[in-house]
Design a protein around this ligand. Structure first.
Ligand code: IMP
Ligand code: MG
Length: 189
């Protein structure tokens, strides 16, 4: 497992092309260990039923691909796309569904996989949409949770880490589409 990356190490990371990243919030090893635990938790929580792991693109793509490989029971994977942030670092508040999953949702045990819960607006909106499709159950699995959402109507049953209230990038999370490929999670400012 990789050790914590020092500030000097971040500066030297060629993936960043000289751009500033403040510090590593979660390194590769920590993430891998937590994702393994989450996989075990989820495997145990669904002894039967048709499990559908539904990833919210694009932010969840790396987390989801690591997570499903740690779930030791049958499952299906699909994705949906919502857009809300544009190029800023503050939520615009408008959540649009750009791509709707093709998989039948009715009667399935659905886990909605999200990269990070910030204001909670995205989840409030998407959970309402998904509930109308009559799944057998509907839960949230978030890699990161800032725990600052006030109007959050749905609890995340599975959470990777409580996140600092900073803008985070890497392991799927972006800033203006950059930094998604970092194997660690870093704070940008
Ligand atoms: P919310 O609707 O405010 O909860 O925002 C959720 C979405 O905003 C996430 O799926 C992310 O795509 C994005 N987001 C929120 N906070 C961050 C962050 O710190 N870094 C990168 N993206 C973020
Ligand atoms: Mg984003």
């Amino acid at each position: 497992m990789s050790s914590t990356i020092t500030p000097l190490g971040i500066k030297a990371d060629p993936r960043l092309s000289g751009r500033a990243v403040k510090r590593v919030a979660f390194d590769e090893g920590e993430i891998a260990r937590r994702v393994t635990e989450l996989g075990r938790e989820i495997s145990g929580a669904y002894p039967d039923g048709d499990l559908l792991v539904l990833g919210l693109l694009k932010g969840s793509f790396i987390f989801l691909s690591d997570l499903v490989r740690q779930i030791t029971r049958p499952l299906q994977v699909d994705f949906l796309v919502a857009s809300s942030y544009g190029e800023g670092t503050v939520s615009s508040g408008t959540v649009n569904l750009v791509y709707d999953p093709e998989t039948e949702l009715k009667g399935k045990d659905i886990i909605l996989v999200e990269d990070i819960v910030d204001s909670g607006r995205t989840l409030n909106r998407l959970m309402a949409i998904l509930k109308e499709r009559e799944p057998r159950s509907l839960e949230i699995c978030a890699l990161l949770h800032k725990r600052i959402a006030e109007g959050l109507k749905y609890d995340a049953k599975f959470v990777g880490f409580d996140a600092p209230n900073e803008f985070l990038v890497g392991y799927g999370l972006d800033h203006a589409e950059n930094f998604r490929h970092l194997p660690y999670i870093a704070s940008l400012m």
